[in-house]
Design a binder for this molecule. Structure first.
Ligand SMILES: [Zn+2]
Length: 222
């Protein structure tokens, strides 16, 4: 489970990405209470330096290849305060088999609002799922009901606590917790087979799978 702890300094970072961090903390609290012995280890990564170039998750990937090679799935929440309503399967051919299976165990009331895009396209950056996808890990950006995030609170001085919509966050917590638990219980390891990429850039070259990039480790100092 994934969110980022640092924030843009216009406001206090309530929706970017405080809402992601508290969602994952609350999901972990529920999992610990109700499902305390998952088959696989569930980790909530609260990354630093996302805003300076997605450095925290990149550094984790660089430092922990032994973990990265066994990750079943990454669910990243960096979409503001809205309820989760979209999942991009990130370009893994067989995502429907396993992500579809995990989604089926979410109650209809929540699942019916979630549109899943299969097999999806690999996201190169933008948030902390990007470095995992680059490393070949099935990692999902969980899109949300927008609540004017991109035009109102994203990287502005309006990104403050009063913008948090707790009713939506509660739904996101439930969805995140169930997805993480179902992924952890699945007897099969999620396939990492990638789609054949066909999209071309303006020069006619096929756009490659996003490459892995090294983190910057200077604490924001150039
Ligand atoms: Zn941001």
């Amino acid at each position: 489970m994934s969110a980022h702890l640092d924030s843009w300094d216009g406001g206090t970072g309530a929706t970017d990405n405080g809402t992601g961090v508290i969602s994952m903390m609350e999901a972990m609290r529920l999992l610990k209470k109700w499902c305390p012995n998952p088959k696989r280890t569930i980790i909530a990564g609260h990354w630093g330096a996302e805003e300076q170039g997605i450095n925290g998750s990149r550094a984790f990937i660089e430092d922990h290849p032994e973990i990265v090679k066994n990750i079943q799935a990454v669910f990243n929440q960096d979409g503001g305060t809205g309820r989760i309503n979209f999942l991009n399967a990130a370009g893994f051919v067989h995502a429907y088999d396993y992500l579809g299976r995990w989604l089926r165990d979410i109650p209809d009331e929540y699942r019916n609002e979630i549109q899943a895009y299969y097999p999806g396209t690999p996201s190169g950056g933008g948030s902390d799922q990007g470095p995992f996808v680059a490393a070949g890990v099935p990692a999902y950006y969980m899109g949300t009901n927008n609540w004017d995030y991109s035009t109102l609170t994203w990287h502005t001085n309006l990104d403050t606590y009063d913008k948090i919509v707790f009713d939506d966050l509660k739904r996101s917590v439930i969805v995140s917790a169930i997805l993480a638990y179902m992924a952890s219980e699945d007897p099969e390891k999620a396939s990492r087979e990638r789609i054949k990429l066909t999209e071309k850039d303006s020069k006619g070259n096929i756009i490659p799978w996003p490459p892995m990039q090294e983190p910057i480790r200077k604490g924001g100092v150039n």
